[in-house]
Design a protein around this ligand. Structure first.
Ligand SMILES: [Zn+2]
Length: 305
């Protein structure tokens, strides 16, 4: 196994780097995830080459997600993808509403089918997206929403210059090799007082750190992820931006899903037992995980000075 010379985030030496797992979903090249004891970052090593990363982000990414979700997430068709993500929209709106300005320009990096943008456009925001996937990018443009292959392509468009009120991305940061530089670029796209919103998986997820389910271990650590952050490592990353921020906790998966993992070692099953155990129990379970910090999702909210 190849060993990292230093932490890619805090640069701590080899002595503080240790293996988390060598089960990397989708990898056939002997990669592993390492954890840095100094900053708590978990990272893929060796990293994907720029060519491998690009391949994963275009055609490969969509077929990868289909095989991973068994097509239930609806990645094959943008309209099914939008329908499949309406509960996600509702969950995110709970924390977005209090931080969004009353009006303004919103940019989503990695907007996929654009499912987060359409309700915001309906609310009167001026929205644009960045989406490297051709299928999704074409679909978003077909709905007359400006959508660019990259931030560079966005900046080449005279109608989409910096000065956004909000830049947001959901489950994108963990795919990005140069995480700090990625966030610094986004701060430059905001106007002073603008808000950067970052949603990522939480590596302190109870399925990983509490229940110790072997099937989940083999599913969770994905070659599509360069990083897995916890609150500690996300703080380390956001501190470097030199802008005020807060970190929120959220829980996507319910007790039914966790029971499915424990019983069958398989994903899915959201809502399967809800009518038997009751919605109050599902909600109480989510809130308990949020309170203990073993929730599955973290949200960083950064304000540009
Ligand atoms: Zn480190």
């Amino acid at each position: 196994m190849a060993l990292p010379a230093a932490c890619p985030l805090c640069k701590a030496s080899r002595e503080t780097q240790r293996v988390v797992t060598s089960h990397v979903y989708g990898d056939r090249a002997g990669r592993a995830f390492f954890r840095c004891d100094a900053c708590s970052a978990i990272y893929l090593f060796p990293r994907l080459s720029p060519g491998e990363e690009r391949a994963l982000y275009t055609a490969e990414f969509e077929s990868f997600m289909i095989s991973r979700s068994g097509d239930a997430g609806g990645w094959a068709q943008p309209e099914r993808h939008i329908a499949a993500n309406q509960t996600t929209v509702a969950r995110r709106m709970n924390y977005l509403r209090p931080v969004l300005p009353a009006k303004g320009r919103i940019l989503e990096i990695g907007c996929s089918s654009g499912f987060m943008l359409y309700p915001l456009i309906a609310d009167g925001y001026e929205c644009a997206g960045v989406e490297p996937s051709g299928v999704f990018g074409d679909y978003v443009r077909s709905r007359n929403v400006p959508c660019f292959e990259s931030v560079e392509a966005l900046l080449a468009d005279p109608g989409n210059q910096p000065g956004f009120d909000v830049v947001m991305h959901f489950f994108v940061l963990e795919h990005t090799a140069e995480a700090a530089a990625f966030l610094e670029t986004q701060l430059k796209l905001l106007k002073p007082g603008g808000v950067l919103i970052i949603e990522i998986p939480n590596a302190a997820d109870a399925l990983v750190t509490v229940y110790d389910i072997p099937a989940f271990e083999r599913f969770y650590w994905s070659v599509a992820h360069q990083w897995y952050f916890t609150e500690t490592s996300l703080k380390f990353l956001l501190d470097r931006l030199g802008a005020p921020y807060e970190i929120l906790r959220d829980q996507r998966y319910d007790l039914s899903n966790h029971m499915g993992w424990a019983r069958d070692g398989k994903p899915g099953g959201m809502g399967r037992y809800t009518d038997k155990i009751g919605g109050e129990i599902e909600e109480a379970y989510k809130q308990a995980l949020i309170k203990s910090g073993h929730c599955d999702t973290l949200v960083g909210i950064v304000r540009k000075r």
